[in-house]
Design a protein around this ligand. Structure first.
Ligand SMILES: Cc1cc2nc3c(=O)[nH]c(=O)nc-3n(C[C@H](O)[C@H](O)[C@H](O)COP(=O)(O)O)c2cc1C
Ligand code: SF4
Length: 514
């Protein structure tokens, strides 16, 4: 099949939802009918969802993209000479020259979309496992130092320095330590973990193995949300292939070091993304928040020292070990170093995955990448960082993506999900939704969250119904303070952020209604 024409169709869940399987089948059938020899590669998504199913044809000049290609478009594409990258209404040009893609800084997502995500050979050919190979020749302390110096901070939400967490685990004496990957990805508008696990699962496998080698852990678990069946299949296949190639198991790459890895499925609770609930769930218990201290780094899974990191944090480690801390740290601004895979969602013309160095503005993301609203109406509000993130008004769109800059305006970057709303949004409804979400998802351990969120819904309902509006606005503020300062974890503690920001920036939606 060496001179066969290489055609790429993504097997990412978004592409599948938009018909990628039917498109791929139509390509195989049409090529057979016409006697065109093709090699169809099912790759990860390039992250441009509005042109999925994206079909790419390999040419000497690079990969030429067509999209969105439905099964019924395929015969016409062959007819037009698509196999020779001929012009067609759906032709988008060289993939790497499409501005949305070209202007990104893809570090963690560098390989996503390039090849078959499950092939260890493809992974190694594209620079994979160079980081682990380097790590195996280093001491645990030196690996931890490299990660610390890269400036990498946790991408799961709290932005805690990854190297510091690893150092704590390294420093604890224990016969058994664990590496746990948080793949619960519960935030609204987020999908970078999923795309990475489907599009380059071996980078997560490699990152976890490096973490194990660094801190002296021999067992890893990926805690995956059950709503990600495609990621589940991809991870299991990638892990099996890594074992077969000697990159996992009793003798990682001939080093004499052991690292074993398994996937465990969650049962669908937002709170199981919180690290201590996740550990309880992984132990087979009902997911409920643990008191801290002790930190999971000291007493985590089954009471043993545990590194727990987000998918993107762990998948960013291989490039740091392959290219050095300075390479990674050179990207970014202030204390936000490296890059962030940003997820553009909600009412946007061009939703998708954009990996940029920290420092890009929200406005650039919404308009230069996102293309403005899908509806064509003005973007009125943006929620960044999931359901507990503040609502940001237009006056804050010039905020740069930087953990501290976001905190300075009362917002948070979280896992980098951006959800846009046009001017038809009712911000009182959004505030109510925040309280309702908290009431539904509360683990029930502490009163301010368990009871406060339900009272919050009731108070907002009274405001909406003009029942003692002014008095209830005071009660709502009081309640938010109680939840913020009295909750045991960030679910109850941050729920006031979307509520208070909606009140502060969009107070007109809380006025007396007709
Ligand atoms: C309510 C709640 C939900 C969370 N959900 C997730 C999640 O889905 N994925 C994740 O990586 N971190 C989540 N976190 C953050 C984790 O508790 C923890 O900070 C993270 O796994 C640490 O990894 P990192 O340092 O690599 O970010 C959540 C936190 C809270 C309070
Ligand atoms: S804040 Fe909510 S989710 Fe967190 S521990 Fe308290 S009740 Fe559980």
């Amino acid at each position: 099949m060496n001179d066969a024409l290489k055609i790429y169709v993504s097997r990412d869940a978004t592409a599948l939802a938009l018909g990628a399987d039917a498109t791929a089948q139509a390509i195989v059938a049409e090529a057979g009918k016409r006697g065109v020899a093709i090699e169809l590669v099912r790759n990860g998504s390039r992250g441009m969802f509005w042109v999925e199913p994206l079909v790419e044809v390999a040419t000497p000049a690079g990969r030429v993209a067509y999209g969105p290609v439905s099964a019924t478009d395929v015969a016409g594409l062959f007819e037009a000479g698509f196999a020779n990258a001929a012009p067609h209404a759906l032709k988008l040009g060289l993939t790497e020259e499409i501005p949305y893609f070209k202007n990104q800084e893809r570090l963690t997502f560098a390989r996503v979309g390039l090849a078959d995500p499950l092939s260890v050979d493809d992974y190694v050919a594209q620079g994979g496992y160079a980081g682990l190979a380097n790590a195996l020749a280093m001491s645990g302390a030196d690996i931890v130092k490299e990660v610390t110096e890269s400036g990498l901070r946790g991408r799961g939400g709290a932005a805690f320095p990854t190297g510091i967490k690893w150092k704590t685990v390294l420093g604890v004496e224990s016969a058994q330590k664990y590496i746990v990957c948080n793949a619960d990805e519960g935030d609204s508008g987020t999908f970078s973990d999923r795309m990475l696990m489907e599009g380059d699962p071996l980078s997560l496998v490699e990152g976890m193995t490096i973490a194990g080698v660094a801190v002296g852990a021999t067992q890893g678990y990926i805690y995956l949300r059950s709503e990600y069946p495609h990621a589940h299949r991809a991870l299991n296949a990638a892990i099996a292939n890594a074992y077969a190639a000697g990159w996992l198991g009793a003798d990682v790459h001939g080093s004499g070091r052991r690292f074993d890895l398994e996937v465990r499925l969650g049962a669908g609770a937002y709170i199981c993304g919180e690290e201590t609930s996740l550990l309880d769930s992984l132990e087979g218990k009902r997911g409920q928040v643990r008191f801290k201290p002790p930190l999971p780094a000291i007493k985590g899974l089954f009471g043993q020292p545990t590194v727990i990191n987000n998918v993107i944090s762990l998948a960013s480690v291989p490039i740091i070990l392959a290219k050095g801390a300075a390479f990674y740290r050179d990207y970014g601004v202030g204390r936000s170093r490296g890059s962030l895979p940003i997820q553009l969602a909600g009412n946007l013309k061009h939703p998708g995955l954009v990996e940029k160095a920290f420092g890009v503005t929200l406005r650039e993301l919404l308009y230069d990448y996102g293309g403005g609203s899908y509806s064509g109406r003005p973007i009125r509000a943006v929620q960044v960082g999931g359901p507990l993130g503040a609502y940001m008004p237009e006056s804050q769109f010039d905020t740069v993506l930087d953990y501290e800059a976001f905190a300075a305006v009362g917002a948070m970057l979280g896992h980098g999900g951006i959800v846009a709303f046009d001017d038809s949004v009712d911000m009182l409804e959004q505030a109510r939704y925040a309280m309702e979400f908290c009431a539904v998802e509360s683990c029930g351990k502490c009163t301010p969250c368990r009871i406060g969120s339900t009272r919050g819904v009731e108070v907002i309902d009274r405001i909406r119904s003009n029942i003692e509006r002014d008095k209830n606005l005071v009660v709502l503020n009081d309640l938010c303070n109680t939840m913020r300062f009295g909750s045991l974890c960030a679910l109850g503690g941050l729920t006031p952020d979307p509520v208070v920001s909606a009140l502060k920036h969009f107070s007109e939606d809380f006025e007396v209604r007709a």
